[in-house]
Design a protein around this ligand. Structure first.
Ligand code: AP5
Ligand code: MG
Ligand code: ZN
Length: 218
């Protein structure tokens, strides 16, 4: 049983690590960005509403995001825990999540912060390709698929995200610094924070994350 959050700037590798960590711990990977993109693909009202914010690199309004996450956390698969990727993303969301989990007596075990420098982030995001079907993340240089343009996991087409253009990437970094970074102190004060450098080999980062998380809940 493990309930934890991944926090870190855009391109820190939250999605990449989340897939491995969720498999390792046998818990669902819940990415708010992936849920918004799946809704957009289906053309739902939620997806259409989120699109204008996402394309500009701004946060989707809290009311929308909080309700969506609370709804997701009522599914049966969270009985063994969950990994939240990209939520909470500001202090209001962190407070809403804390109240919701307290009410259910299922508090968080840990918050894992992945840190990467801005210059590396720009290189990562500008070369990222994302699976249209399953949201898996690849990189044209650092994390190539076996077949160019095709997802290793599901064979889906690999595309570039709208918000991975350089001007939008810079804005997302500002939004992170202004709105999301404060939750790192929030969780440090609660004694839940584990910070680690997230550069180097993907599998090596996963191994370090697993040991740090196991130590935190031991
Ligand atoms: P979201 O989808 O969460 O995007 P993000 O936080 O900007 O993060 P990314 O998905 O861009 O990066 P990542 O850390 O997952 O990195 P990845 O593993 O892909 O959010 C998108 C938008 O949705 C937001 O802007 C907002 O509008 C909205 N939204 C979402 N949640 C919200 C919320 N809670 N409230 C309000 N709005 C919300 O890796 C990046 C690249 O690097 C890949 O190419 C990968 O292959 C490569 N890579 C990974 N690890 C390594 C490594 N170790 N070495 C080299 N390359 C690596
Ligand atoms: Mg992601
Ligand atoms: Zn795929």
């Amino acid at each position: 049983l493990m309930r934890f959050i991944l926090v870190g700037p855009p391109g820190a590798g939250k999605g990449t690590q989340a897939v491995h960590l969720a498999t390792h711990f046998g818990i669902p990977h819940i990415s708010t960005g992936d849920i918004f993109r799946a809704n957009l693909k289906e053309g739902t009202p939620l997806g259409l509403k989120a699109k204008e914010y996402m394309d500009a690199g701004n946060l989707v309004p809290d009311e929308v995001t909080n309700e969506m996450v609370k709804d997701r956390l009522t599914h049966d698969d969270v009985a063994n825990g969950f990994l939240l990727d990209g939520y909470p993303r500001n202090v209001v969301q962190a407070g809403v999540l804390r109240a919701y989990l307290a009410e259910k007596s299922t508090p968080l075990d840990a918050v894992l912060e992945l840190s990467v420098e801005d210059s590396e982030i720009i290189a990562r995001l500008s070369g990222r390709r994302t699976c249209k079907e399953c949201s898996a993340s690849y990189h044209i240089q650092f994390n190539k698929p076996q077949v160019d343009g095709k997802c290793d996991k599901c064979g889906g087409e690999l595309i570039q995200r709208e918000d991975d253009k350089e001007a939008v990437i810079k804005h997302r970094l500002d939004v992170y610094a202004e709105q999301t970074a404060p939750i790192v102190s929030f969780y440090r004060e609660e004694g839940l924070l584990i910070s680690m450098a997230a550069t180097g080999d993907v599998d090596e980062i996963t191994q370090r994350a697993i040991s740090a998380l196991k130590t935190a809940v031991a």
